[in-house]
Design a protein around this ligand. Structure first.
Ligand SMILES: [Zn+2]
Length: 338
């Protein structure tokens, strides 16, 4: 039996035992309050942030912020989007960059929003947010840390991650970034968690796809985060044709035209069913007065969706982008292939 088959069987038996004991959906979305059926996810912002701490990894600590202050600062912005019809919110802040699942759960309780957190490490920003054990761990040891969070919860919170978020620097993948991708691939095969990779331009994205292929992961388990960082739109088409999720996730007022064009291109190519949209907005910045300037989350639903309608996007296409695609992308399911 190969290692991959062993991991796959292990994950299946974990999922099956959980499903039978708690009658959970076979391929759930895992929120900070527990698993839900993907059909219950609703209108989704698939890449936003509650809090970010840009302190280097040796300084990162929950003692650097007051959880009640963060909660009070962010709550009104989440209430606004709930009012605008948002049901679900993916928090893309990884460990060692300000991830705090307890705050997310309290915000979910207070707003009724489904909130989803993640496991994985952020290798962008030239590795300043990577803990030292990344350099000494084997790929399997690294994957094992993330698998353990999936199986046992994050720290002592009992909160499980709903996806894997890693980050890589632009250009050809560094050795350590390639290691993160390989570990994420193995953690996927053990857990079924979708892999979202902060990437940007196509060069790193296509190298990641090659590694996933080597590891036997189908590209439908992988999200090209910040794909808008690649201006050669044919590359988006190629990735989507290979089954990847292409995320245009920095939508903001001053770049509305660019995002409309990116989406129109995917629509013309018949690939809207591989696209995720979001804003990368927020957030409470640790270390700044009252969390610093906050970019609220309302723009996409209140303004950008009407702009999409004005260029001919139908209700059904918008539902695909905001409901069906996130539900399909993040449903926890092992996608072997490659
Ligand atoms: Zn982000």
């Amino acid at each position: 039996m190969t290692r991959r088959h062993f991991l796959t069987l292990t994950a299946c038996s974990i999922l099956i035992s959980r499903c039978t004991s708690q009658s959970l959906p076979a391929h759930p979305i895992i929120t900070v309050k527990g698993p839900i059926d993907p059909s219950k996810l609703g209108t989704t912002l698939s890449h936003e942030h509650i809090m970010v701490d840009f302190a280097a990894v040796d300084l990162a600590s929950p003692y650097r912020y007051n959880a009640a202050d963060v909660f009070n600062r962010v709550l009104p912005f989440l209430r606004e989007i709930k009012q605008s019809g948002c049901d679900a919110f993916f928090d893309f802040t990884p460990d060692y960059l300000g991830r705090d699942p307890g705050i997310l759960r309290r915000l979910s309780d207070a707003t009724g929003l489904h909130i989803i957190t993640n496991t994985g490490y952020y290798g962008a920003r030239e590795d300043v947010h990577l803990p030292p054990h990344v350099m000494t761990d084997s790929v399997d040891q690294l994957a094992g840390r993330w698998i353990m969070e999936f199986e046992e919860g994050i720290g002592d919170t009992g909160i499980r991650p709903g996806f894997i978020k890693i980050g890589t620097d632009p250009g050809s993948l560094s050795e350590v970034d390639a290691k993160l991708v390989r570990a994420a691939a193995r953690a996927h095969l053990a857990t079924g968690l979708t892999i979202a990779v902060h990437t940007g331009p196509a060069e790193g994205a296509f190298e990641q796809m090659a590694i996933l292929g080597e590891e036997g992961v189908d590209l439908s388990a992988w999200i090209w985060v910040h794909a808008q960082g690649e201006r050669e739109t044919q590359r988006h088409v190629e990735a989507a044709q290979r089954g990847a999720w292409v995320a245009f996730d920095g939508i903001k007022p001053l770049q509305e035209e660019m995002y409309l064009e990116l989406l129109a291109n995917m629509k013309e190519n018949g690939l809207l069913n591989r696209v995720l949209i979001s804003q990368d907005a927020g957030w409470y910045t640790v270390g700044e007065e009252n969390g610093g300037g906050f970019r609220g989350y309302r723009y996409l639903l209140d303004t950008f969706v009407p702009a999409l309608q004005s260029i001919g996007f139908t209700e059904d296409e918008i539902k695909m982008l905001l409901e069906r695609n996130p539900a399909a992308a993040f449903a926890v399911r092992i996608r072997a292939g490659g």
